[in-house]
Structure formats: C-alpha cells, structure tokens
Write a protein that binds this ligand. Structure first.
Ligand SMILES: O=C(CO)COP(=O)(O)O
Length: 252
C-alpha cells in the first residue's frame, strides 16, 4: 500500500515547453507506471498539449489549473471543459486561493465550476483553506466548512465520486511555513467526517490532499497521517528532483 494515493503538481504561472518535457522524462524514469500512487501535473493551459504528448501513459495524468463553467460562447480569454477534454485532461483545480483572492472566484463561481467539472466526468480538485487571520482567530474549521458547503451545494453523490478536496492553509502557501502533520491531520479528519455526512459511503472514498509548502523533506511525514491521502504541490513541483522525491515519498 502506498503512503498516499494522489500527488498533484500545480505549476501556477510557471514552466516552459522544456520543463514540460524534462519533468515528463524525470517522472517516467522514476515512477513505475503501475504503482498505486496517481501522479498529476497541472501546467498552464499553453503547455497542456505538450504534456499530454509526453505523459499519455498509465500513472501520470494531465490536469488544468482552472476552467470556465460555461459550455462555449462569448467568453474572451476563457477555456471550456470540452477543450480540456480534447487534450486528455483528467483533473481540474477549482477554487485555488490565488484565484479566489485575485480573479474573482467567489463561492458561487467555485460551486458552478465544481458542478460543471464533475458533470463532465472530470475530477474536480476543490481547494479550501483559511488565511492567517482566520487561522490566528481559531476559525479554521468554520471557514473550511463554509467553503465545502458552498462548493458542494449542488453535487449529487455520483458527481461527488469525481471530487478531490485539497486543504491548503493560505498562510502555508509559498511561505515555507507548513502546517504540522498533526494540525493538517485534524482538519483532514474533520473534512472526512463532513464528506461522509454529506455523501455517505462515497464520502469515504474522496481523496483529501494537503497543500502548502510540501517539500521532499516533509512529504513522508505528512503522507503518513491517516486522513492525508496525498499532496497538492506548488513550488516543489517545478523541480524534477524535488517532485520525484515527493512522489516517491507517496509511494512509500
Ligand atoms: O498553492 C499550492 C498548490 O496549489 C502550494 O504551493 P507551495 O507548495 O508552493 O506552497
């Protein structure tokens, strides 16, 4: 049994054609294709086709960082689910805190995207997490629960089967400050309880990832926690050796 079943790299607005190819090569060399840890790389839209060309084999999946919930039409600068599907994208990150804070992805936009992605039978990686002020005030669970409630309001159990939840405390993103395994585990256990209450048996199966300064040297300890099913990795997913080491920590 692997320590963690899912590791996702979120490149944010970074990367290049060259990195896409070298990351695919590094993962291919290091990660056995039929291991029981799924690896997903989410580069910017412009690199999706290149990644799909290089990674389209068992074990490594291609993900996008965002999507527009509409089917098509007059939405200049946006990308639809049909377009992502044409590139063999399997995962879509939804509601990342950077999009919530800077690009107007409020709770209702996030809910519409989660609904659209899961309806299209792609996996929606729903990001939740509190900021520093909310954390200091002891409001972590209140914030996370509200985000879950809003995002999952319309979801049927069938759609929930395509849901992944990523707990990303905002104060730990890109800061080098990580939630301790015990802190993360407590929130993950609450998320699990909430998912089971909301979706019954399917709630047991939804993967819950931790994100926020996961690196090669802290991944194993985080992945060893009972309710941490994997990681959503930012900065370290841009370095071949770091990301491969994190995947290996997940494989156990
Ligand atoms: O935001 C993140 C992944 O979505 C986490 O970023 P870092 O791993 O760079 O902290």
């Amino acid at each position: 049994m692997a320590n963690a079943s899912l590791v996702i790299g979120n490149w944010k607005m970074n990367g290049s054609q060259a990195l896409t190819r070298s990351m695919a090569d590094a993962l291919r060399a290091a990660v056995p294709s039929c291991g029981d840890t799924k690896v997903v790389v989410c580069p910017p839209y412009t690199l999706l086709a290149e990644l799909t060309r290089h990674c389209y084999y068992d074990g490594i999946a291609v993900g996008a960082q965002n999507v527009n919930a509409n089917e098509n039409g007059a939405h200049t600068g946006e990308v639809s689910l049909t377009m992502l599907k044409e590139l063999a994208v399997e995962y879509v990150i939804v509601g990342h805190s950077e999009r919530r804070a800077m690009y107007g992805d409020d709770n209702s936009a996030v809910a519409a995207k989660v609904t659209a992605v899961t309806q299209a039978k792609l996996n929606a990686v729903l990001c939740v997490g509190e900021d520093k002020q909310q954390y200091d005030a002891g409001n972590t669970w209140q914030v996370v629960e509200q985000q879950l409630q809003a995002a999952c309001a319309e979801l049927t159990p069938e759609q929930a089967a395509k849901l992944v939840v990523a707990y990303e405390p905002i104060w730990a993103i890109g800061t080098g400050e990580t939630a301790t395994p015990a802190q993360a585990e407590e929130v993950h256990a609450n998320i699990r309880q909430w998912l089971v209450k909301r979706f019954a048996a399917i709630g047991e199966k939804i993967e819950i990832l931790y994100g926020g300064s996961v690196k090669a040297d802290n991944a194993a300890e985080l992945f060893a926690q009972q309710h941490i099913d994997g990681g959503l990795i930012g900065g370290a997913s841009l370095k071949e050796d770091q990301f491969v080491a994190i995947v290996q920590a997940a494989q156990g």
